[in-house]
Design a protein around this ligand. Structure first.
Ligand code: B1M
Length: 224
């Protein structure tokens, strides 16, 4: 059986190489060796994606290679996600989740869904490249407690602000909490656009959601 170090390095190399089969193999070895599934994806897979990004910036990689790496990471996520543990919530609630319009980077959002679902939240995942109107409509329809939005590009971040303004215009901003995340989204910017929190990763999204749901319930604000 491979050592933990071999598994981690094998997984990282498979992601950088864009080798789905190898990523799946190392992910399975990780499960057998009881490597922390969340860490293998976010910490070590994250290091691999940073290396991919550096190659992209040095023009050693182009979009097709980056896509292969993303697919390899996703192959690992498929195998590892049932093994990701999250502290159960005592306040079940509904979260509407989306990657904002114009943005198709969905690996981080998918991790947020996996961790929130594992914690016991009902997650309505609208996918990627979702219009502002669709997010607001689904939040109303699902009587959402929390809206979670992800953006990976500086060009798509402003959509988050537009959604919050849309909630205000519809008179429902007080009924729902909003969390935002993704590489370029800072805490300061998130608070400046009126979001309630900006968890830095998928695991932190669970804690933030729990806290915000508890506040909503205490204020009896989400009486749709
Ligand atoms: Co592109 N891409 N990409 N890309 N891509 C970035 C984001 C970029 C920074 C690369 C670069 O230029 N250095 C850059 C954006 C620059 C900017 O605006 N600042 C970029 C660009 C420019 C583009 C294209 C325009 C390239 C082109 O076509 N010329 C194009 C745009 C397409 C579009 O969206 N319209 C494009 C395309 C792609 C691929 C399709 C090839 C692929 C995405 C595949 C997929 O997602 N299914 C891709 C990838 C893989 C990347 C990088 C290399 C890696 C992103 C990733 O998956 N990271 C990325 C470089 C980088 O991020 N450094 C890059 C791993 C993932 C686990 O992390 O998503 O950050 P992340 O999620 C984290 C946290 O951010 C957080 O939790 C997660 C960890 O637990 N989080 C949340 C995320 N969402 C959250 C929500 C929350 C809470 C936490 O609450 C709701």
């Amino acid at each position: 059986m491979a050592t933990i170090e071999e598994i981690i390095n094998g997984f990282k190399k498979a992601v950088v190489d864009g080798d789905e089969e190898a990523a799946a193999k190392w992910a399975k070895e990780g499960v057998d060796a009881k490597v922390d599934a969340y860490d293998l994806v976010t910490k070590h897979g994250g290091v691999a994606m940073t290396a991919v990004n550096q190659k992209y910036e040095r023009k050693e990689f182009f979009v097709p290679e980056v896509l292969c790496s993303a697919n390899a990471l996703n192959a690992g996520v498929d195998i590892l996600s049932p093994h990701m543990r999250s502290d159960k919530t005592s306040e079940p609630a509904t979260v509407v989740l989306a990657v904002v319009e114009g943005d198709i980077h969905d690996i981080g959002k998918n991790l947020v869904r996996i961790m929130l679902s594992a914690a016991g939240f009902r997650v309505v995942d609208l996918g990627k490249d979702v219009s502002n109107a669709a997010i607001i409509e689904k939040a109303k329809e699902a009587k959402a407690d929390v809206i979670g939005m992800s953006a990976l590009m500086s060009t798509t971040m402003p959509r988050m602000k537009a959604v919050i303004e849309g909630l205000q215009q519809a008179g429902i901003r007080n009924k729902v909490k909003v969390i935002v995340g993704g590489g370029p989204v800072t805490k300061e910017w998130a608070l400046s656009i009126g979001a309630d929190d900006r968890p830095h990763d998928a695991s932190a999204a669970v804690g933030a959601t729990k806290e915000l749901v508890a506040k909503l319930r205490a204020d009896k604000a989400n009486d749709w």
